[in-house]
Design a protein around this ligand. Structure first.
Ligand SMILES: Nc1nc2c(ncn2[C@@H]2O[C@H](COP(=O)(O)OP(=O)(O)OP(=O)(O)O)[C@@H](O)[C@H]2O)c(=O)[nH]1
Ligand SMILES: [Mg+2]
Length: 373
């Protein structure tokens, strides 16, 4: 299994049109970059994984240990969301044996609190309503909910492999400021490097002061080359130079970091398009992946960000960050069921190995599994 794969077909057609552009969350530029947990990333989901689906391969030997570790991190990251979906469901049944309308209403509220979203919640509750006869206690309800969640996420279709990948394989990374673009690039670069890929990062966020310094640290940590210009330089020129360097150095994968905010949204979109046009001049089929980074803690706002970027930039994949510690993990179900863009990666922490390939079954397991004794 490989980290970077191509899509089977273009599933990037429709996305909900929400009109107004969302306001980017304000966040101060990160000054303190968390230390990696180990000297090497430990991302592991290999061909022997139980679900046999998407996978991030690692050069590590301790596959099983790593897998358990990753699942554990996913599970603990989702604790707040799981508490809503499981503990609170136990409470719903207090003094009752059967599901009634009041209980379904309370359930709706719980699901919306977890940021599954109104539309997705309605679909899910409808599915549960049809099956109430077979539910006579909280555990059965959780089982049914897990099945409903999985059914809603079934739109997700793991991309198929195209080996060998085009070389260089160019991933342009987008998202509003503070969502975790640079961090995700650092994590992905480290994973790709651990698979033996030669990686180069182009520092095309020349807008925010210190963005290049932050990326330099991540590149060093990941063992990747970096192409950068001075602050305020033309981001498209940096990307162009990055592709040129990648071609001459025989690089396998290029990540292009971009700004999350310019003076206006119009400026930002114009700049992103210019970067795309410019790299196409050097490499006509690039970018091979337009990866949108979304922050799970922004909840439903993430969906409108996806619509906005997709309209302008034709997003081909999503990375969802900050699933650790949020009570809004239900957004994953919304993203999978409402967007026609594959959710490929999830971020479960700030460290270099806190990134996983998204697997719907594993996610549903982590969301509904009972506490470990
Ligand atoms: N808890 C948690 N924090 C994360 C995760 N991913 C990123 N962060 C943190 O989010 C903050 C912003 O991350 P950046 O990678 O700088 O975000 P960015 O999108 O590049 O931001 P701009 O360059 O300002 O647009 C940093 O403090 C990161 O450590 C994650 O999966 N979990
Ligand atoms: Mg950044």
């Amino acid at each position: 299994m490989k980290l970077f794969r191509q899509k089977k077909k273009d599933r990037n057609s429709a996305s909900p049109d929400t009109g107004e552009a969302p306001t980017p969350p304000d966040h101060p530029p990160p000054t303190d970059i968390p230390e990696p947990a180990g000297s090497q990333p430990s991302g592991v989901l290999d061909s022997d994984e139980p679900h046999g689906k998407s996978g991030i391969t690692s050069a590590h030997n301790a596959k099983e240990t790593g897998r358990k570790g990753l699942f554990g991190r996913l599970r603990s990251g989702l604790k707040k969301t799981r508490d809503i979906l499981t503990t609170d469901i136990d409470d719903l049944f207090l003094g009752k044996r059967r599901i009634d309308d009041d209980m379904l209403e309370d359930l709706e509220e719980l699901l919306i609190t977890s940021d599954i979203g109104v539309q997705t919640t309605m679909e899910m509750v409808e599915g549960i309503r049809k099956r109430t006869r077979s539910i006579s206690g909280p555990e059965e309800l959780k089982t049914v909910m897990k099945e409903e969640v999985l059914a809603l996420m079934s739109d997700y279709q793991a991309p198929t492999f195209a080996d060998p990948l085009p070389k260089p394989y160019v991933v342009m990374v987008l998202g509003v400021n503070g969502v975790g673009k640079t961090t995700t690039i650092g994590k992905l670069a480290a994973l790709a490097a651990s698979e033996g890929k030669k990686v180069l990062i182009a520092a095309s966020d020349t807008f925010r002061a210190a963005a290049t310094e932050q990326l330099t640290i991540w590149a060093e940590r990941a063992g990747a080359d970096l192409v950068s210009h001075r602050d305020g330089a033309d981001p498209a020129a940096v990307a162009y130079d990055g592709i040129e360097a990648a071609l001459s150095r025989k690089v396998d994968i290029v990540f292009i970091d971009t700004a999350g905010r310019l003076h206006t949204k119009v400026n930002l979109m114009a700049e992103l398009k210019k970067i795309k046009r410019t790299i196409t001049k050097k490499l006509p089929e690039a970018p091979h992946e337009v990866l949108l980074v979304l922050d799970a803690t922004t909840g439903q706002n993430a969906l409108s960000q996806a619509a906005m970027f997709n309209d302008e930039m034709k997003v081909t994949a999503i990375a969802l960050t900050k699933l650790d510690g949020t009570a809004k993990g239900g957004i994953v179900v919304s993203i999978c069921s409402q967007l026609k863009i594959p959710l490929k990666y999830i971020g479960v922490g700030e460290k270099i190995d806190d990134l996983q390939a998204f697997d719907p079954e594993e996610f549903a397991d982590a969301l509904f599994s009972p506490p470990v004794a």
